[in-house]
Design a protein around this ligand. Sequence first.
Ligand code: FAQ
Length: 322
Amino acid sequence: MTATAPAAPAVSPADAVERQLQEQFDATIAAQHRIEPRDWMPEGYRRTLIRQIAQHAHSEIIGMQPEGDWLLAAPSLRRKAILLAKVQDEAGHGMYLYSAAETLGADRADLTDKLIEGRQKYSSIFNYPTLTYADVGVIGWLVDGAAICNQVPLCRSSYGPYARAMIRVCKEESFHQRQGYELLMTMMHGTGEQRAMVQDAVDRWWWPSLMMFGPPDTDSPNSARSMAWGIKRHSNDELRQRFVDMTVPQAEFLGVTLPDPDLSLDPATGRYRFGPIDWEELKRVISGQGPCNAERIARRRAARDDNAWVTEAATAYAEKNS
Ligand code: FAQ
């Protein structure tokens, strides 16, 4: 009697199609081509993008608040006009990003609800107060500087609508960064009191700016997967290091010191070594315990509720005319 080989498990037609779609997706990613909204994509890829893009959009919208606080107290008409333009740009960035999330099937109002209910995050950096006008300059220099470092590689992100949105966002962030540096330069050429204000703002914003890049690579649950998918192009630590290397010479030129006694140039690598970051502080701020979290969310909630009539009126008008 001859033994018959066990039959190969049957592959259902649906599984075969799924496998082929997955192979096409993998080939697109490997070739560094773009995934577009109508392309098939794995559910995890879609979820990861919605998570990151929504957090990014929320950051732009909440990020209007710290600087917006100074709109009525800007020291001159010129400074007021510049700040107004910057804060409006941030609203625009939030809108592009919510639109990019919508191409993935997310609903903008639902994302806003998730932000307000604490079910989606926004950048830790916007939970610190702006105590003087020097903070406006330091946000432009350090916070927009960090945002550029993080976002320029996202112009090559594998998801088309996100990558394309980033091109315009980065151009505008470059203007933001320069206006901040120019403001600080002006203050540094002013009185001793103004120079002290700049130094104090740098001391308060330096470490939170480094935290913007996220937890260390060893403690970043999403990085490996996001990098394999081409959503992120560099790890959190790589981008943080790039930011430090770019910023230290700018601080020297400005004439401020950075609040880190361990900061030193490594002659072997040409890169700056820096001291330990307080990761417990980042965890506290991300989990809602930062200095301004409650205030930021309360204001966002009030904006949603107070302006609900605009959405209702626009929806009623659209229905009437459809
Ligand atoms: N704050 O595994 P990872 C701006 C969360 S825009 C709060 O490393 P991932 C413009 C993270 O979401 C600034 N949460 O995560 C402006 C994850 O949470 P989940 C915003 C943070 O995604 C300037 C968990 O921790 N920029 O500044 C933070 O791979 C001036 C584990 O972390 C972007 O969003 C944090 N700092 O890497 C506006 C850029 N870090 O969802 C106004 C795009 C991490 O698993 C004025 N985003 N988390 O529960 C990214 O590049 C990435 O999402 C990272 C985080 C790098 C932020």
